[in-house]
Ligand binder design. Structure first.
Ligand SMILES: NC(=O)c1ccc[n+]([C@@H]2O[C@H](COP(=O)([O-])OP(=O)(O)OC[C@H]3O[C@@H](n4cnc5c(N)ncnc54)[C@H](O)[C@@H]3O)[C@@H](O)[C@H]2O)c1
Length: 309
């Protein structure tokens, strides 16, 4: 497999811009960004990394060096596309568009160029199903905000060749990401399966009148949520012992939510126009000020947790 130097990020939206920044932090990489539409990728990256500069996590000089390694094109026949050793696709979450995009890329990239999709829910096996060279394809699921959240799930498809996922993990790790292998292409990969198991129970507790939404979030934030970054689920199970875990599960699992459908409460909220931030009300009420504060507080918190700044 060829050494990776030239990266192409396909799709320069919310995720694509931040992924381009992340990949440019390796001084050996050169990053091309392709989008159907003109967009100022450098300005977008400057905006999303503003807090990192202000808090002294990165310097202006470092940011400028990174930006000098990033070039943008709207021309699919550009050298930025044909020279790529590794492509990360971040176009709209639409299977037809993903198929069309990879067909265009396959016609222009080398057959050994590694192909990755950033789709958060769609199967990388299905996205790669129409390619001639499916063996070089994996999912690379970055989390939003892509420049801050360390995890990238690298998902093998039913056709990924040995060594491909490992090579992609090496490239992502060299850019400071915590890249992990998801050995099977399953809906939700690893982290969203875990996250939505929790959300399903949280919604069920509200739906069944056990506690209101505020109380559920207070309970999470002030108990296991607080220690999760230090002591995660399986470490915690070992700490209390697998015998106690077995005993607890024997007693409590029959009572936990196990529906395979979205909650009727969620459907009722949709019908009532309670769409969360979008409409100003979901499980809680949101003014524009509260929404801005919630977003800013999250970024501040992540920077404090990750960089101690
Ligand atoms: N937004 C998130 O929180 C998040 C998190 C993880 C993964 N993802 C995934 O990342 C991908 C991109 O999401 P986003 O939020 O950045 O979307 P976005 O709408 O912000 O950006 C998509 C970009 O793709 C471009 N595009 C569309 N069709 C194209 C084509 N045929 N060729 C080239 N460019 C094209 C658009 O012009 C746009 O700039 C999706 O697959 C999504 O599921 C999103």
């Amino acid at each position: 497999m060829k050494d990776i130097k030239y990266i192409l990020v396909c799709g320069a939206g919310l995720m694509g811009k931040n992924i381009a920044y992340v990949m440019s932090t390796n001084p050996n990489f050169r990053v091309g960004v392709y989008d159907l539409f003109e967009t100022d990728v450098h300005a977008g990256i400057r905006t999303s990394t503003k807090q990192l500069v202000e808090k002294g996590v990165i310097t202006e000089d470092f940011l400028e060096e990174c930006l000098s390694r990033i070039s943008f094109t709207t021309d699919i026949d550009s050298e930025l596309v044909s020279r790529a050793d590794l492509v990360i696709e971040a176009v709209f979450e639409d299977m037809k568009i993903k198929h069309e995009t990879f067909a265009k890329l396959e016609a222009r990239c080398r057959p050994d160029c590694l192909f990755c999709t950033n789709s958060s829910v769609m199967s990388p096996s299905e996205i790669s199903s129409e390619l001639k060279h499916r063996e070089r394809f994996v999912g690379t699921h970055f989390w939003n905000p892509g420049h801050l959240i360390p995890l990238v799930e690298v998902v093998k498809t039913d056709a990924t060749a040995d060594g491909v996922a490992e090579k992609v993990i090496e490239a992502l790790t060299s850019c400071g990401k915590k890249a992990v292998l998801c050995k099977k292409d399953v809906p939700g990969f690893i982290a969203n399966r875990l996250q939505h198991a929790l959300w399903r129970e949280a919604i069920s507790i509200v739906e069944n009148g056990i506690a209101d939404a505020d109380t559920v979030d207070i309970a999470i934030k002030n108990s296991f949520g607080l220690r999760l970054p230090q002591l995660s689920a399986l470490e915690n199970s070992d700490m209390v012992g697998t015998q106690l875990t077995w005993n607890i599960h024997s007693y409590v699992l029959p009572h936990l939510e196990d529906s395979h459908e979205p909650s009727p409460l969620l459907k009722k909220m949709l019908d009532e126009g309670k769409l969360g931030f979008k409409s100003g009300e979901g499980f809680k009420k949101w003014t524009p000020e509260l929404i801005d504060k919630c977003n800013a507080d999250l970024n501040e918190y992540l920077i404090r947790m990750l960089y101690g700044k």
